[in-house]
Structures are given as structure tokens and as C-alpha cells.
Design a protein around this ligand. Structure first.
Ligand code: PLP
Length: 453
């Protein structure tokens, strides 16, 4: 009889698929590493397996134990598959950004799922990773898988994904493109490939709003802003992102990511999710400058079935202004700024001193600054001219908090506001603030609007 002992024997050894159509006019050979062919439909089956087996080996996971994880869904699915075979309980904490398909998938495996709002910052106790850690501390005989810092994550890609790609391309790979979520895939695979041939370029695909690209280029940690692509990018730095194995990181918008995912599906028949779209857009961009001798391998992170209510749903795309035919909105001005390399939004806290605010203004060359309170709600604004004239009158004020001299806050407009609304608001005031999923994410000045148009 021909059979596998368990479903776990199907994890890994995924095929490479040649790309034939979406790369028309481009010279390199391009191959998709089909991680969606894993039994749970994503690249995360590999680490679901390794994190459980390594915890068993270390003795931290014992019979009857519970596995707890903070997950955007796929790692939960990967853990749930191995846990089902080995007889462990699972409890997952997801944010409400995760698609209902993925949450129902986790429940199908018998896992308990807790959904928390996506709006909390990493230092807040209700941030999904902090909730998972807290539940672990309160649950006897449990392990916290913690894919963001668990070395079993990159190690598994070093031991399996990297060697598979090297073998499948007979060592001819020149460029490896992956997204960066926990960093496990890019760090482990990248490390293996670079050990084989240090000339191989390892390139990260990062959503606009994530902090990785800016950090890689400047060493500075900026504030992240929300985006819609699931599972990748971060607003803090996971220990499993090993930047030394990443040569370059490229930022891609939600709209470009979803369009590229839909093209890979429709033209190549490779059904994929939004994060694969982010990668595919990067692949097509870098391929423009490469030759016939180059061989690009990219990761297909997961299957599109997981996003039927989102990336493959016209109504959802339209509601989120992700279709090309749509009129431009305030969020597009913000994207335009970020694509041109402006980092995150610069602001001051209301209890910062006037001296600190002036220093930020002069070092960044900004004439206006929004003032936010401790909950990051806008409470006022600073104009350089006004601040300086107040300081001329009373220089002792320099060490007073900005709230003592700030003026009225700039108007807040939703990221989906039309350009006409933005133009009207900017006729009345020099700047507006952008609100995205309930968070203030940017400041747009008259100059930004003119530059956009
Ligand atoms: C859909 C999806 N794509 C890509 C990734 C990124 O992989 P990694 O965490 O290995 O960086 C993730 C991670 O959660 C994911 O869920």
C-alpha cells in the first residue's frame, strides 16, 4: 500500500512553478515556490510543526498541554494541524482584521479563538500579542508559541525552505523575494541561500505603513500606519527579522498588492492571498532591471480561498477603494507622500516642551506640527511663526509644555474623503489630519496636495 503515516508528512517539499504570462517582456526566469500546497494552505505549516516538535524536545510542551499563539490566522492553522495529529489543545488570539474564513478554519480544528480590536499599539495590554502572553501565563500546562521571537521559526526555513529552493534551482537562483511578517521565512531561507552563495539578493516585500523598509534604510523606528494586506509588515520589530540577510526592502501599496494577487490567480492559475500580491508586485518591479541570466524565486504565502470575502470580492474592494477606476481620495495623497520616501507622521505630545517641538520643526524642516495627547488623539497644533513670536515675547516659556501655547487642532478627515473635500479644507487651514481605521496616520499640507495633483 502507498500512503503517508500522517498528514504531517505532506508539510514542505513544495513545488516551484514557472511564471509564464504576467512577466511578458521581462528577461529573468521567475518561479513561484508554492507554499500554498502545504496541507494547511500556507507557508506557516512548516513552523506550526517545528515550534511544536521543538517544544516537545525541550520538555516545555507536555501531554495534554495547550498551545497558545498570537496569529493572523495562518500560523494558527499550521499549529492546529500538528496539534490535531499529536493531541494538543489550541487557543489563538487574532485581531479583527483577520478574515472570517481564517477564523472559521481555526475553529474547524477545534481551536478556541479570541478576537481583539486591531487598533491597539504594541505597548498596550490589549494588543493581541500581549493578550496571548497573558492567557499563557494564566493557563497551566501551556506553551506560548510566539512565532515573532521563537528561533524554531527561522530555523525551520533554514533547514527546509532554503535547501529545497537551492536544490530545485540547481543553485542557479540569483534573487529570492519574500514578504516579512515575523521574518521567519526571509531570515531562515535568506541565511541558507547566502551561505551557499553570498551574491544571491534577498529582497523583502513590505506594505506601505509597515516600519521595516524605513528601519532597514535608516535604523530609525517610526510609527506604523494601518494597511489592509494581512499577515505581513509590522509596527514593531520582531526578533525573528534578521536584517543582515536582507539586501533590500521595497514598499508596496494595498491596491498594487491586491491587483498583483488577482493577476497571479487569473493569468497563471495560482490562487493566492494579498501578501503574495505584495511579493509579486516587487518581483515584477525588480525584474525590469535584470537579465536572461537571472533566476528569481518568490514565495506564494497562502491560498486565495482564505480571502474570498476580501481580495476576491468586488464589493469589498470597492468599499475600500482598491479598484483602479475609482476616484482618488485623501489616502492616495498620503500614499504618494510615503512612496516618495517620507517616513511616518511627525507630531508632538501635548506635554512635550516648546523647546523639543521647535527642535523637531527645525530638524525636519516642518512649519506645522500636530499635537496629540497620550491616547494619540489630536488636541492642538503648532505653527512655527506663532511659536517663535511667542518665544520672542517671553523666552522663559521655552521649557513650558506645548499645550500652553498650542492653537486649535487641524481638522481631521477620513482617509476615504474626496480630493474636493481635502481641497476645501486646505483653503481654510494650512493642513489636515488623516484618520485611517480610527487612528491619526498622517498630516497633509497644501504642498502635499499640489505635489499629488
Ligand atoms: C498571509 C501571510 N503571508 C506572509 C506571512 C509572512 O511570513 P513570515 O512570518 O515568515 O515573515 C505571513 C505571516 O504571518 C502570513 O500570514
Amino acid at each position: 500500500m502507498e500512503y503517508k503515516d500522517t498528514i504531517l508528512d505532506l508539510i514542505g517539499n513544495t513545488p516551484l512553478i514557472k511564471i509564464n504570462k504576467i512577466n511578458k517582456g521581462l528577461r529573468p526566469q521567475i518561479f513561484a515556490k508554492l507554499e500554498s500546497a502545504n496541507p494547511g494552505g500556507s507557508v506557516k505549516d512548516r513552523i506550526g510543526y517545528s515550534m511544536i516538535v521543538d517544544a516537545e524536545k525541550k520538555g516545555t510542551l507536555k501531554p495534554g498541554g495547550t498551545i497558545i499563539e498570537a496569529t493572523s490566522g495562518n500560523t494558527g492553522i499550521g499549529l492546529a494541524i500538528t496539534a490535531a495529529v499529536k493531541g494538543y489543545r489550541c487557543l489563538f488570539v487574532c485581531t479583527d482584521k483577520v478574515s472570517s474564513e481564517k477564523i472559521n478554519y481555526l475553529k474547524a480544528f477545534g481551536a478556541d479563538v479570541i478576537v481583539v480590536p486591531n487598533t491597539y499599539e504594541p505597548d498596550h495590554p490589549e494588543y493581541y500579542v500581549n493578550v496571548a502572553r497573558r492567557i499563557h501565563e494564566e493557563t497551566p500546562n501551556s506553551v506560548f508559541a510566539y512565532q515573532y521571537g521563537n528561533p524554531s521559526n527561522p530555523e525551520m526555513h533554514y533547514r527546509t525552505t532554503g535547501p529545497e529552493i537551492w536544490r530545485q534551482t540547481k543553485g542557479k537562483i540569483t534573487h529570492f523575494v519574500s514578504s516579512i511578517g515575523t521574518g521567519g521565512t526571509i531570515s531562515g531561507t535568506g541565511r541558507f541561500l547566502k551561505e551557499k552563495n553570498p551574491n544571491i539578493q534577498v529582497i523583502g516585500a513590505d506594505p506601505i505603513g509597515s516600519i521595516f523598509k524605513h528601519y532597514k534604510e535608516t535604523g530609525e523606528i517610526i510609527k506604523g500606519t494601518p494597511y489592509l494586506v494581512e499577515g505581513i509588515g509590522q509596527d514593531c520589530l520582531p526578533a525573528n527579522v534578521h536584517f543582515q540577510y536582507i539586501d533590500k526592502i521595497i514598499n508596496i501599496s494595498d491596491k498594487d498588492s491586491f491587483a498583483a494577487a488577482r493577476r497571479l490567480t487569473k493569468e497563471e492559475g495560482i490562487f493566492c492571498g494579498g501578501s503574495t500580491g505584495t511579493i509579486v508586485h516587487v518581483v515584477l518591479e525588480i525584474a525590469k532591471n535584470l537579465t536572461e541570466n537571472d533566476v528569481i524565486v518568490f514565495i506564494v504565502c497562502d491560498t486565495g480561498e482564505r480571502y474570498l470575502s476580501k481580495v476576491y470580492n468586488e464589493a469589498w474592494l470597492q468599499m475600500n477603494r482598491m479598484l483602479d477606476t475609482e476616484v482618488k481620495v485623501l489616502g492616495d495623497i498620503s500614499y504618494n507622500k510615503k512612496r516618495k520616501g517620507f517616513g511616518g507622521m511627525v507630531y508632538v505630545h501635548d506635554n512635550a516642551t516648546i523647546r523639543q517641538a521647535l527642535k523637531i520643526m527645525s530638524s525636519k524642516g516642518f512649519t506645522y506640527l500636530p499635537v496629540l495627547n497620550g491616547s494619540l488623539k489630536p488636541v492642538g497644533s503648532l505653527r512655527e511663526g506663532h511659536v517663535l513670536s511667542r518665544m520672542l515675547d517671553d523666552p522663559k516659556m521655552l521649557d513650558a509644555p506645548v499645550k500652553e501655547i498650542m492653537e486649535e487642532s487641524f481638522r481631521v478627515l477620513d482617509a476615504k474623503s474626496s480630493i474636493a473635500e481635502v481641497r476645501n479644507a486646505l483653503k481654510e487651514a494650512p493642513a489636515v489630519l488623516v484618520s485611517n481605521f480610527g487612528r491619526i496616520t498622517d498630516i497633509i499640507t497644501r504642498y502635499d496636495l499640489i505635489d499629488f495633483e
